[in-house]
Design a protein around this ligand. Sequence first.
Ligand code: ZN
Length: 174
Amino acid sequence: MAWKEVPTSTHAQKRELKQTAVARIKQAKAEGTYERKADWGKQYVYKCERQAYERLSNLRFDMDFESLQRSTTAIFADERVRAIDPYPAAKVVVELSTKNGANARTYERRMRFGTARDNFALLHEIAHILTPNDLHGKEFQRMECKLFEWFLGPKAGEVMRFYLGIREGVSDNA
Ligand SMILES: [Zn+2]
């Protein structure tokens, strides 16, 4: 498939990023400072996402507040999501940032969307809600892939797994 033709240097760079993150976690654990929960996976995830973004054909851009809200409600009402949501009874809040150039962010079950108002950003933020203690770690990454597969189709799930280097199938509930 065309989207698998990534220059080897990209893979090498990603490997390096990953190794750096793993080394930092090891060091932090050894020093007893791991509790601070530094978000080592963030740059790695962002980089992988930028590559995947180019390869996805079914993204929805410029979603307004109502469509973000409607998609959120639909996703959290989905049985598969309810089954893995740590707080299925708790409300999820959607907000728009008025700041120019703001990034999407999530705090507990409150998502605030900035400039990127697309379903890619939405699924990323929902993956945070469903993995509340993982920041951008492996659990978050697996969840994100799962959501892309469920809500954007198997091809989208495959693209995300490929770029994030996740091998597990959708049945993996880690
Ligand atoms: Zn994030």
